[in-house]
Design a protein around this ligand. Structure first.
Ligand SMILES: [Zn+2]
Length: 230
């Protein structure tokens, strides 16, 4: 009776051990494969930091900040947040240099061609161009989102992003506007140009350079993009 019990017990222990080893092996193989393969993002977007190089864009009169530098900082912040949410990102401009060829006689034309080429080669679902506004009246403030006339998907994307910004920033406009911008017109992809705020407004110029404000604004833009992808 005792022998039989032990035999049964040994057999049971052996069976359990075998299961553990097999399961362990399976897990190691499974997670090994998982770890070595980065999943392809379901969605990819182009983030376009406006201006760059000799073209600094608008300038903040209080702090002297160049729009091109601020655009790049916002583009990089938005990129980081998008990637945290599993969205693939293609950047047009990755540093302070302009996108034009150094030897080009017409730098503006060269830069525009390069932006268009990156967007075309990207296989991205949509384009977000990052800019800062400026106006002769210093009282003007607030984020404004633009889309290309006739681009229906661009309009929906712009509505989602504008609403998301307006929900978090009371001075952000309520509705997006049609904008005649090369970066939106050069592609049939849904595209938006986001003017995050006015560098001509002294208080907004300072706010826009605050890291928490920047992250919060970019998070709002991401919220609109995620809504669009739903
Ligand atoms: Zn600009």
């Amino acid at each position: 009776m005792k022998t039989t019990f032990l035999t049964v017990k040994k057999k049971s222990i052996f069976a359990v051990l075998l299961c553990v080893l097999l399961a362990g092996g399976f897990c190691a193989t499974y997670f090994g494969v998982m770890a070595s393969t980065t999943p392809k993002p379901v969605h990819t977007i182009v983030i376009d930091a406006g201006h760059g190089g000799i073209d600094g864009g608008a300038e903040g009169k209080t702090t002297g900040v160049a729009e091109s530098d601020l655009n790049l900082a916002y583009a990089k912040t938005l990129k980081g947040l998008c990637e945290d949410f599993g969205i693939g990102v293609v950047m047009t401009r990755k540093n302070e240099n302009g996108l034009y060829s150094p030897t080009a006689s017409n730098k503006k034309k060269s830069e525009m061609e390069k932006r268009k080429q990156i967007i075309e080669d990207s296989n991205a679902d949509l384009v977000v161009s990052v800019h800062m506004n400026s106006f002769k009246l210093s009282s003007c403030s607030g984020a404004q989102v633009y889309y290309a006339s006739g681009n229906e998907q661009g309009k929906i994307l712009a509505q989602n992003v504008q609403t998301s910004l307006h929900n978090s920033f009371k001075n952000a406009k309520k509705l997006p506007s049609v904008g005649d911008f090369f970066v939106l017109n050069c592609t049939s992809k849904p595209g938006i140009l986001v003017e995050f705020g006015f560098l001509s407004n002294p208080q907004e110029e300072i706010n826009l350079q605050n890291k928490n404000y920047m992250k919060s604004m970019c998070f709002s833009v991401l919220g609109g993009i995620l809504e669009f992808f739903k």
